[in-house]
Design a protein around this ligand. Structure first.
Ligand code: UFG
Length: 331
């Protein structure tokens, strides 16, 4: 029988665990490869876990030999913009070397289908520029720069070794599995919506709005939020695209609608029936004013149909998960 195994690096993490669920639903077997430094063993519910590091080349080789995956979805990475400004060396070393080790192991094992989790942070902060897949990439933080470098690795191994790649540049991923089997839980948490929900139910002090003097209508940053379930659906479509031999392609994953930090806060009242305690603080280093996708290529070419990427569904699903998380992840 032909393997339907897919190697999912970061499969114990937020997006990776949702990808594993979507892959299983689509008839694949997700093999989660994760060192569990920021992910959760309890999140690996849809296939086996290989608990290992991308720096461990022997473990990578053994994993390819054992599971013979038909493809890779690569999510494992350090992913905090602010942290990347403080510790750029870690971002360059772990993200870029980890990806390089993975790509080399894949080529060695003749596994040539690679779906990569990239980011809109590779575009940087470009005023009044429509961000589509052909936009120039000018990252302003080490996180975005490390992801841009990995895109380059994939292109080079494509040319030299025939590695087929699908690059997804995400905008802001939010929400959780509506069944609350998996969801977002970082320690420490850095993302707006989970921090806001923590503040709403008293798990932490007030949310700090990072900057109220941006050049936007209400002074706060604007982001394009996409539901994690829609995002991973695109990955399954991307996998099929590669397996069908349609070739290398880059897709933005965002809705094209931007919301400010204040709009997100205001919307949450309708869902939680509570006020968000917040204070207005200074800008966070590395933040762009506005990041909104200007492309619908994923919809027109890939057949992607975002279903839950509206603020209401994203905050509602995150809130449901937030109230359940203690029953799932215990560290
Ligand atoms: N924000 C606050 N207070 C907080 C946390 C966030 O005001 O306590 C603001 C940020 O300044 C930003 C917005 O809320 O304007 C969203 O911040 P997140 O930390 O939730 O997300 P980022 O926009 O920093 O990061 C996300 C993804 C990255 C991606 C990046 C592009 O997590 O993978 O968008 O900038 F690269």
């Amino acid at each position: 029988m032909i393997s339907k195994n897919v190697l999912v690096t970061g499969g114990a993490g937020y997006i990776g665990s949702h990808a594993c669920k979507a892959l299983k639903a689509a008839g694949y077997t997700p093999i989660a490869y994760d060192n569990c430094s920021t992910g959760w063993e309890e999140a690996v519910k849809f296939g086996p876990l290989v608990k290992a590091d991308l720096m461990d080349q022997a473990a990578l080789k053994e994993t390819f030999e054992r599971y013979q995956p038909i493809a890779i979805m690569h999510f494992a990475a350090l992913s905090q913009v602010g942290e990347s400004m403080q510790e750029p060396g870690r971002y360059w070393r772990e993200n870029v070397t980890g990806a390089l080790n993975l790509v080399e192991a894949a080529v060695e094992a003749k596994c040539f289908n690679f779906v990569f989790s990239s980011t809109c942070a590779t575009y940087g902060d470009q005023d009044n520029v429509v961000l589509d897949e052909d936009s120039v990439q000018l990252p302003i933080n080490a996180y975005g720069a490390s992801k841009k470098a990995i895109e380059g690795i994939l292109q080079d191994f494509g040319t030299a070794n025939g590695l087929r790649h699908m690059i997804f540049r995400y905008f802001n991923v939010a929400g959780a599995d509506p069944d609350a089997e998996v969801g977002e839980f970082h320690q420490p948490e850095t993302h707006l919506i989970p921090l806001m929900l923590d503040a709403v139910d008293g798990k932490r002090d007030a949310l700090t709005i990072f900057g109220t003097d941006y050049d936007t209508a209400d002074g706060t940053c604007i982001r394009d939020y996409v539901h994690v379930c829609d995002l991973v659906d695109a990955h399954v479509l991307g996998l099929k695209w590669l397996l069908d031999g349609k070739g290398n392609r880059i897709f933005n994953l965002g809705t094209g609608d931007g919301f400010s930090v204040r709009e997100v806060i205001n919307h949450s009242r309708a869902i939680t029936n509570r006020e968000v305690p917040y204070v207005e603080g200074a800008r966070r280093a590395g933040d762009c004013t506005k990041l909104v996708s200007g492309s619908n290529r994923a919809v027109s070419e890939l057949g992607w149909e975002p279903k839950r990427s509206n603020l209401h569904a994203m905050i509602s699903d995150a809130w449901r998960w937030h109230q359940n998380v203690a029953n799932h992840y215990k560290k």
